[in-house]
Design a protein around this ligand. Structure first.
Ligand code: A2P
Length: 269
């Protein structure tokens, strides 16, 4: 998507560029620094990192060195899934701000409702406590918005039922064949923007012959079709790449997939 494409608007009025550059699995140091700089040069104005990715330092340095005005770049980071206490959250927030080296970030997410080693564990009480730290961070002005990631309907409702400030975003895994309709619909109903990470299924989708046939009709790559599909389904895609040519290509998705083709892609598993 070009920088001219309309941004999404969060429920607190903050604008968020419609495609983000995902940095999961990009190693800290030169690779994360150069990839982020390539993305900014290519026109991305939205970079997604996390304390758990270990690359906040390089991502932040690239943002600072880019020469682009700070208020033109949207930077997201995340509270590690393992941190499940109010005090722990406040400590993590300070780590992220220090690593990134920016006065503020634009979006801060709870990375997951449970520690990765205990996927599915009920951490409702802990998440409610953490959300208070998220609200405090938001009210300090050092993050412009707050949200959740990998939350299902129950996890989301627990926050909605107890919060003062509603989450603005839920970032979930989304790609053709894995659109998570239940939670996406629930978020839309509650004015929570859905962001889709791994829109290429971390690369697995690229070999799919059915998707390749549709992409060819538009003269686009499988990656471009897959990113555009997530966008046309109402979510904000976060493609990841370390190759400058892919980085450029993944933003060049200003085309329209027909309703019939969307339906066909919906039917793929
Ligand atoms: P690489 O990082 O080596 O450039 P996802 O966004 O679903 O996590 O997928 C990321 C994977 O897809 C990475 O392996 C990335 O490769 C690869 N990838 C990203 N964009 C493209 C593209 N336009 N063409 C081919 N592969 C791509």
């Amino acid at each position: 998507m070009t920088t001219k494409t309309k941004p999404f608007i969060l429920h607190n009025g903050i604008k968020i560029p419609p495609v983000g550059f995902g940095t999961w699995q990009i190693p800290n140091g030169d690779i994360a620094y150069n990839s982020t700089l390539s993305a900014l040069k290519a026109g991305y104005r939205h970079i997604d990192t996390a304390l758990a990715y270990g690359n906040e330092e390089s991502v932040g340095r690239a943002v600072r060195d880019s020469g682009i005005r700070r208020n033109e770049i949207f930077v997201t980071s995340k509270l590690p899934a393992e941190v499940k206490s109010y005090d722990g959250a406040l400590i993590s927030i300070e780590k992220t701000i220090k690593n990134i080296g920016l006065e503020y970030i634009d979006l801060y997410l709870i990375h997951a409702p449970w520690p990765w080693s205990q996927k599915g564990k009920d951490c409702t009480k802990e998440n409610i406590a953490i959300w208070k730290a998220m609200e405090k961070f938001y009210e300090s002005g050092r993050t412009k918005s707050i949200g959740i990631s990998n939350f299902n309907v129950n996890d989301t409702n627990a926050i909605l039922d107890s919060c003062r400030i509603k989450p603005m975003v839920n970032q979930i895994k989304m790609h053709i064949g894995h659109m998570q309709e239940e939670i996406s619909g629930h978020c839309r109903m509650n004015d929570i923007l859905v962001e889709g990470y791994s829109p290429l299924a971390t690369g697995a989708i690229l070999k799919n012959k059915d998707i390749a046939d549709i992409a060819a009709k538009y003269g686009k790559s499988v990656a471009q079709l897959s990113i555009r599909y997530v966008f046309q389904k109402g979510a904000l895609p976060l493609p990841k790449s370390t190759h400058p040519e892919y980085i450029v290509q993944n933003l060049d998705v200003d085309f329209e997939i027909t309703i019939d083709d969307i339906r066909y892609l919906d039917s793929l598993t």
